[in-house]
Design a protein around this ligand. Structure first.
Ligand code: ADP
Ligand code: MG
Length: 702
């Protein structure tokens, strides 16, 4: 075998071979570099293992001992597969360990084997002796003089997540082999940066990640804060953030439209405003207006909790664009939301003399053709629509501002498609799913961010209660009292996918039951995604007018629906919804001056569902809820499958390493703004091109 370098396929590492290479591949480990970035998830201090005699109840401990006796317990317990073994070491004392459902261990833990055991020491409930229940264990080489033995005992050892038949011990061996075969690695991180931040060099850091030195602090290691780990985490974030910073810079240098902030535009905004903007709305509009006035394309994310008034800000931005002679597009994820925006904007722009059109998939071919003509000729100033807006044959005469509402429902591709309908238009994306900062910095790291962190005045936080389903009658009588007091209510059923005919049927059945048996004296309506568009509009409009008092609905009402008189949100089978959805649904109430309520009706809850419901009851803060959601589901699932583009991080972890991410971002920004030298900049950019793009495939580096 020739020289090994980072790009060498992992099958050439001694001890790997074709079968293991295949297993590794399933874990995404293809090259030596991939192997070296497969970080241990835990470390054990086996340099100072405890003698059995010294063990104390309650502690977590590692002992190195030999199996003395091993047996599967008597036939009455055979069905439990209880496996018991005793261990002894030089101290002469004996330790008992038990595993349930583990008959397979009879072949593994044979008497005479040397093992490392790791687990909690406690009194055995049966014998009263000191023992361990379900300890982790690792078979050690028989011969203490085996040169390899030093990888597994007598030091701080790394513990890897096993991959198929590749155990932690085999990982230790092949990682060790790879490190032996490699020449010291050059360090790609800019020298000045490394020196200033006092980061260990890459070669040392890589070796210490896997085989920490004797003096390493176990607590730091297990918290991933040993300098070697911090350095590698920092590096991973640094390249990601450098790529994003370069992308932001090149976007900022591209020529774009310099909108004019004319007096007339200001006048028009004043005429449009139905109420005094909040301080947050003013601040955010100023940020947007500054971007719009600059001769480069705006790329801004507007984050604001449900009900914070993003639409009003969007309307102000639209006026600026229209008064400069441009068209504005508003892309919404659902027909209901698009229709709602249409009515809202039409209302706002009533006295301004703009033409507003609504383009959705459910229009007839003729209607569509007519509207498209208006758009193509530049006669429609504000064009609101769903995905239909993105179709090939929708052409704008002069698209200047593209607004994407509820951005998390769309992918990056759709954003690009909309942008291409103009010549370097300004882009404003809005989302009501607050994105935890760590994710915003990675996923939307190429965007500038504005945050609406204030609700319009007079809003009372929604009172949220958890109700067990066997007490549903109490919910209905509460709801009746609210309706009798003149309010309106939503009752939501879990139809997560609108193509799910069976659950739609269930919702329809509940609707009939509620209308006929529970609320016979009230006006009850039904709304779900499979209704024809015209019927959806009729129902929404009737609810808006108050003609419908109780709206039985699926999650189609999740985004955007805005009826201030609705004060009760009942969510049935709330345990089936995710946190983000629950928060969005709750955001449909609490939009007026009256006290609003959200009642989460559930059956029995598992632990995760309990945590979700508790979070909802305790908090109305969208950012807090998003953080919990991220913790419960992990970054990959946070956005569901719709959102690709999350970087595939290897060593870094978004949940754990937020503050290192912040630091890496600041450093990357500084590096781009004031490169220490032309040479270092050139080297960093070429390293990015060669390595980083392949790994993250997130953005094109300019
Ligand atoms: P979201 O940010 O969830 O899209 P909307 O734009 O739908 O919120 O606004 C929620 C409600 O608050 C709307 O009825 C809107 O008219 C109202 N609103 C927005 N801004 C203000 C304000 N400054 N003062 C009072 N009400 C406002
Ligand atoms: Mg909105």
């Amino acid at each position: 075998m020739g020289a090994v370098d980072l790009s060498t396929p992992v099958k050439y590492v001694k001890g790997v071979g074709p079968a293991r290479a295949q297993t590794l591949e399933s874990k995404g480990i293809l090259t030596v570099e991939d192997l070296l970035t497969y970080a241990p998830f835990r470390y054990e201090d086996r340099s100072n293992t405890k003698a059995i005699r010294e063990l104390a109840p309650g502690e977590m401990a590692t002992v190195v001992a030999t199996v003395r006796t091993a047996r599967l317990s008597g036939f009455r317990r055979r069905d439990l597969g209880l496996f018991e073994a005793t261990f002894s070491d030089a101290s002469g004392a004996v330790l008992l360990a038990k595993w349930f459902h583990a008959s397979y261990l009879a072949d593994v833990l044979a008497p005479g084997r040397r093992v490392a055991l790791y687990g909690k020491v406690d009194f055995d409930s049966f014998t009263g002796e000191l023992g361990m229940l379900h300890p982790e264990f690792e078979i050690l080489p028989e011969d203490e003089d085996d040169p390899e033995a030093s990888l597994h005992v007598g030091r701080i050892v790394p513990v890897y997540e096993a991959a198929g038949k590749i155990t932690t011990r085999i990982f230790r061996r092949i990682v060790h082999q790879a490190l032996q075969a490699l020449a010291p690695l050059p360090d790609p991180l800019p020298e000045t940066l490394r020196a200033r931040l006092n980061l260990p060099d890459r070669w040392q850091a890589t070796r210490e990640l896997h085989f920490p030195p004797a003096e390493a602090d176990l607590r730091l290691l297990n918290g991933f804060r040993w300098p070697a780990q911090v350095r590698l985490i920092f590096e991973e974030f640094f390249w990601l953030e450098l790529g994003l910073a370069l992308k932001r810079r090149s976007a900022r240098l591209r020529p774009g439209i310099a909108f004019e902030l004319s007096d007339r535009a200001r006048e028009q905004i004043k005429r449009m405003l139905p109420f005094k903007p909040t301080a947050a709305q003013k601040r955010v509009l100023a940020e947007i207006a500054r971007d719009m006035a600059a001769p480069h394309p705006m790329n801004r994310l507007l984050q604001g909790d449900v009900g914070s008034g993003k639409t009003l800000v969007a309307a102000e931005a639209a006026i600026i664009a229209i008064e400069s002679g441009y068209q504005v597009a508003v892309l919404a994820p659902t027909e209901i939301l698009a229709a709602q925006h249409y009515f809202y904007f039409k209302g706002l722009f009533r006295d301004l003399g703009y033409t507003v059109v609504l383009l959705t998939g459910s229009l007839s071919a003729r209607e569509k053709a007519q509207l498209k003509k208006l758009v193509a000729e530049g006669l429609a100033q504000l064009v609101i629509g769903t995905h239909a807006l993105l179709e090939e044959d929708v052409a704008f005469a002069r698209l200047g501002l593209a607004i994407v509402d509820e951005q998390h429902r769309f992918g990056v591709i759709q954003r690009l498609k909309l942008m291409r309908k103009g010549v370097a238009p300004d882009v404003l994306v809005m989302t009501a799913t607050p994105i935890p900062r760590t994710l915003a910095l990675t996923l939307y790291g190429d965007l500038d961010v504005s945050v609406l962190d204030e609700l319009p005045p007079g809003r009372k936080p929604v009172v949220t209660r958890h109700v067990s389903e066997d007490r549903i009658e109490e919910v209905w009588s509460f709801l009746k009292r609210q309706i009798e007091a003149g309010r309106q209510a939503y009752i939501v059923y879990p139809v997560i996918e609108e193509s799910d005919v069976k659950s739609i049927k269930a919702a329809e059945k509940m609707y009939r039951h509620l209308r006929e048996a529970v609320f016979p004296g009230f006006r009850v309506g039904l709304l779900h995604g499979r209704l024809p568009a015209s019927e959806k509009e009729t129902v929404m409009e009737a609810f808006q007018r108050g003609a419908i008092q109780i709206l039985v609905a699926t999650t189609v009402i999740e985004v955007g629906v805005d009826v201030a008189n609705a004060t009760v949100m009942v969510i049935e089978q709330a345990e089936r919804f995710g946190l983000a959805q629950l928060h969005q649904l709750r955001g449909r109430v609490g939009r007026g001056a009256e006290q609003s309520y959200c009642l989460l009706v559930t059956g029995k809850l598992n632990e995760a569902a309990q945590e979700r419901i508790r979070t909802m009851v305790e908090s109305t803060d969208g950012f807090h809820i998003a953080e919990v959601d991220l913790k419960l589901r992990g970054p990959g699932e946070f956005f569901g499958t719709r959102q690709s583009g999350l970087p595939a991080l290897r060593i870094a972890n978004l949940l754990r390493d937020g503050e290192i991410l912040e630091q890496a971002r600041a450093e990357a920004q500084r590096f781009v703004e004031e490169p220490p030298s032309e040479e270092e900049m050139r080297r960093a950019v070429s390293y990015l091109r060669d390595h980083w793009q392949r790994r993250y495939a997130l953005v094109q580096v300019a």
